[in-house]
Ligand binder design. Structure first.
Ligand SMILES: NC(=O)c1ccc[n+]([C@@H]2O[C@H](COP(=O)([O-])OP(=O)(O)OC[C@H]3O[C@@H](n4cnc5c(N)ncnc54)[C@H](O)[C@@H]3O)[C@@H](O)[C@H]2O)c1
Length: 359
């Protein structure tokens, strides 16, 4: 049995992870400030199992950390608490850097002062750290295109071009090999979290597991937070009879991974302390239009509309190989996109936030 502290544990991934860790006999505590953008009612969510010790507090407050470390003395800290709005991070960088970067530093400082050393820190990092990652020319030459410029997007030039102007395609990321290149503030803060944890933990002999998560979806994701969770947003639109608005030309690529698969990876990481850096996804890239069509069809909603709208800082393609996670954590994603969407559509009408927001 381990004593596990989960920051942000009242959130989407944290509630499911808490339940999974309790079921294998771990003692689970959660530090969470019930952020109003995620928890509009400011109450502990029903999804958080009753056997979890809930500690209200803010990860940016050293005082919150001191109290929770003294009370819990965790063997493992799973760090999930974060500001997660990618687009929002461009307009509110202080808020994102404050919680994600300073909040992580506050944890390390509190660990120094508490003289308590967990054996292992587990970070939910993000595929966002890669930005647009690596692309390849038709001849197979790999290059890093960097961020798409505003003028490019305004002209509707969605795909990256090879350095000679020819066609190019995205290459799935491989943690440790693909060079991180954040293209938005949120992504920069997630990469900073990785660097902070690694630097401190190496000096202190503590293990760090970094899981770079792709697009996680599933029952329990906030239905009211319009800044995150595109599949959840599509499901909400379709369930209320709306037309799903698909950005760019619909060919944005993402890897949608079901929450229980991510939780299985996190549980395996908690159980096996080590220094590791792995990508966690389904390993099966899909286009945003394909997802929108699956959701709309399953709901009997109108056909999605490809609008040509776009967001600054959005990457064109994100997917990964999961070989390292399979080797390190025996990770094998089990839920197909169709089954995962069905689970979301079954759950959403039962969500009190969905009903409170007018369905
Ligand atoms: N969901 C995804 O698709 C995805 C993808 C990549 C990475 N991640 C990472 O996984 C982690 C969890 O994501 P999620 O989808 O469960 O998010 P979520 O928004 O559902 O949960 C985050 C939780 O953190 C809490 N929180 C926010 N600010 C806090 C603060 N200052 N102090 C204490 N608690 C605070 C919120 O109240 C919330 O309960 C995040 O670090 C995120 O960056 C998520």
């Amino acid at each position: 049995m381990s004593r596990v502290l989960i920051t942000g544990g009242a959130g989407f991934i944290g509630c499911r992870l808490s339940g999974a860790l309790l079921s294998i006999g771990d003692d689970v505590a959660v530090l969470d400030n019930l952020h109003p953008q995620v928890h509009p009612s400011r109450t502990v969510p029903d999804d958080l199992p009753a056997d979890v010790r809930f500690v209200p507090g803010d990860v940016t407050a050293v005082g919150s950390w001191a109290a929770v470390l003294a009370a819990v003395r965790p063997d493992v800290i799973v760090h999930l608490a974060a500001e997660t709005g990618t687009g929002q991070s461009l307009t509110e960088p202080t808020r994102h850097a404050g919680v994600n970067v300073v909040g992580t530093a506050a944890m390390l400082e509190a660990l120094e002062h508490s003289h308590h050393r967990p054996a292992h820190l587990v970070l939910a990092s993000s595929r966002a750290v890669y930005g647009d990652g690596a692309w390849a020319t038709e001849a197979g030459e790999v290059f890093y295109p960097g961020q798409r410029h505003a003028a490019q997007l305004e002209a509707g030039q969605w795909d990256h071009r090879a350095p000679d102007g020819g066609l190019a395609h995205a290459v799935p990321s491989v943690a440790g090999r693909t060079v991180p290149d954040p293209t938005n503030v949120y992504a920069a803060t997630k990469l900073a979290q990785e660097h902070l944890l690694n630097s401190w933990a190496q000096a202190r002999g503590v293990h760090v597991s970094i899981l770079r998560l792709q697009n996680v979806y599933g029952p329990g994701q906030s239905v009211t937070n319009s800044y995150t969770g595109v599949l959840t947003f599509f499901a909400r639109t379709a369930l209320t009879g709306g037309v799903i608005d698909v950005y760019e030309d619909g060919q944005i690529v993402r890897d949608f991974v079901f929450v229980d698969d991510v939780v299985a990876a996190a549980v395996a990481a908690v159980q096996l302390p080590a220094n590791r850096l792995v990508d966690i996804g389904s390993g099966d890239p899909t286009t945003i239009l394909a997802v929108a069509e699956l959701v709309a069809t399953a709901c009997g909603a109108p056909t999605p509309r490809v609008s040509g709208r776009f967001r600054h800082g959005d990457v064109r393609a994100a997917s990964c190989t999961i070989d390292a996670a399979t080797a390190e954590l025996s990770y094998v994603p089990k839920t197909s996109l169709a089954d995962g969407i069905a689970a979301v559509l079954e759950w959403m009408p039962t969500s009190s936030d969905f009903r409170a927001a007018g369905g």
